[in-house]
Design a protein around this ligand. Structure first.
Ligand code: PA5
Length: 480
């Protein structure tokens, strides 16, 4: 089943639309329906074709920098070939060995510890692929995967202990630097719990570390304790690491097909690596920079109409926020989940400060089907929807929202996938990563560093009286 989406695409070479009446029936054409598509029709009334052409030319230059690997941060480009290389290598097999071992022990809870890029990819994929109520219904093939080390909430960790007491537990601890405070604190607590519950020897079978090949406290600890360890390659930064064991192991532990995800990503590796106007990463980077530089749009809101994509937006926000927000530059990445947030943020988007554009992540086919039945009494007046699916209503809400927002001065981009599965997620991950590299180079920033993240860490260490930060601590305390 495919759906009606904006048509025309005067700026877009990769066409994905049709104008037939939408009635939920299959429409046959020659388009590969499994490929991610980008639709820029919703920007037509905001930009001139000549300006778009100018920005495509700029995007070509940025593409060239990324492709030739001669720009700032070029020692962090290992993610570009992760799909093809990982499909050929042994990582998936090694992840499977860990999952099989845990399955043999009947592990039913995996605590994945990490923050930022060491957590968001796995969290987003597991949320997107799982039954919405899996924590209660346990419909999945794998273990329940929960996350820790992404905050310093005392109640969060205490309540995690409550959960661990009722479960058969394993743990994946993830930190590239091996020195990040939040995951280190959580891991100390979870490690102690597992050692007390199962003994030290068995604990070393239940804990896997994913970290740098040689540096950091986590690496030495893992070596000392004899944990199975996966390496995060030197040339892959945290927010580009979802297709390394950082994402693959927790996603596989939750019961999902990471090979299919890598194959989806590989499709985009093939498409995004070609310098042509049909390349959706070039189109997306060109359009968002055009809207930013020429139309004064300073905020991009990633929107969806699928509740399971909430954490996809969190992953995307980190990717674009940390990659572009530096040196006083960058489009602020925000997100809304519709229709839910139409009843909270809808007013602002329609009518507030005109600094926004939206990028919709749309999915053609839901996994389930649910029709609204006719009701004899029709007290709720909903019989006009009898025979329609809930998804049809959602789709009409989507089209209505996009048109209203265009009328309100909010340009619309749309990234579309056929269904929400591992293949589509792999495509989405790689597409947004590649586009991010191009886009950040267009903005004139190094996409692969994050110098701004250090400021809070230094202050926190100083206030926590970490050895070496005594003077800074004194100076800060005077300001409080
Ligand atoms: O994208 C990044 O590099 C960051 O968000 C890191 O992933 C995050 O700070 C966690 O770092 P680490 O994996 O070193 O603990």
């Amino acid at each position: 089943m495919r759906k009606l989406i904006f048509t025309g695409l005067c700026l877009l070479a990769v066409s994905c639309s049709h104008t037939d009446d939408y009635d939920g029936n299959e429409i046959n054409d020659n388009i590969d329906t499994t490929m991610l598509k980008l639709n820029l029709k919703g920007c037509d009334t905001f930009v001139k074709n000549a300006d778009y052409r100018k920005y495509v030319e700029k995007a070509y230059k940025a593409f060239d920098t990324l492709d030739k690997e001669n720009g700032e941060g070029n020692d962090f480009l290992g993610w570009k070939h992760l799909p093809s290389e990982t499909l050929k290598g042994t990582i998936v097999k090694e992840c499977r060995e860990v999952c099989d071992r845990w399955q043999a022990k009947k592990v039913d809870l995996v605590v994945a510890i990490g923050i930022g890029g060491s957590y968001l990819g796995a969290k987003c994929a597991i949320e997107a692929l799982s039954h919405t109520f899996d924590a209660t219904l346990h419909t999945g093939k794998g273990a329940q995967v929960v996350f820790a080390g992404n905050n310093l909430g005392e109640d969060y960790l205490c309540e995690l202990i409550d959960l661990m007491k009722t479960k058969n537990v394993a743990c994946i601890v993830i930190s590239k630097s091996g020195t990040t405070t939040e995951p280190a604190v959580a891991f100390r607590i979870v490690k102690q719990f597992i050692e007390e519950k199962y003994g030290k020897k068995e604990a070393s079978e239940r804990i896997v570390a994913i970290t740098d090949k040689s540096r950091g406290a986590l690496k030495s600890l893992a070596t000392g304790e004899g944990y199975k360890t996966f390496v995060i390659p030197d040339n892959v930064g945290g927010r580009f690491s979802v297709l390394t064991p950082v994402g693959l192991l927790p996603i596989m532990a939750a019961g999902f097909d990471v090979e299919k995800m890598l194959q989806g990503a590989k499709k985009m590796e093939d498409v995004c690596g070609v310098c042509c106007e049909e390349n959706p990463a070039i189109q997306y980077a060109a359009m968002r920079n055009l809207l930013h530089m020429e139309n004064g749009k300073t905020v991009e809101v990633l929107i969806n109409f699928i509740p399971k994509l909430q954490y996809f937006a969190e992953w995307w926000k980190q990717l674009y926020g940390e990659s572009e927000g530096k040196g006083g530059k960058g489009i602020f990445p925000a997100s809304c989940c519709f229709t839910t947030d139409l009843h909270s943020m809808g007013q602002y988007i329609q009518d507030g400060n005109r600094i926004l554009f939206e990028t919709l992540v749309s999915v053609d086919n839901p996994a389930h089907s649910l029709k609204i039945e006719a009701d004899e009494q029709n007290l709720d007046g909903l019989n006009y929807l009898a025979g329609k699916s809930v998804d049809y209503c959602n789709h009409m809400a989507q089209l209505g929202t996009q048109l209203a927002h265009i009328d309100g001065g909010v340009p619309q981009l749309e990234v579309n996938v056929a269904k929400l599965d591992e293949d589509a997620l792999g495509q989405l991950f790689y597409f947004f990563e590649y586009a991010c590299g191009i886009s950040a180079y267009m903005l004139g920033v190094n996409p692969f560093n994050q110098p701004g993240v250090e400021a809070y860490k230094k202050n926190m260490f100083a206030l926590l009286a970490k050895p070496g930060y005594e003077e800074a601590g004194e100076a800060l305390r005077k300001r409080l």
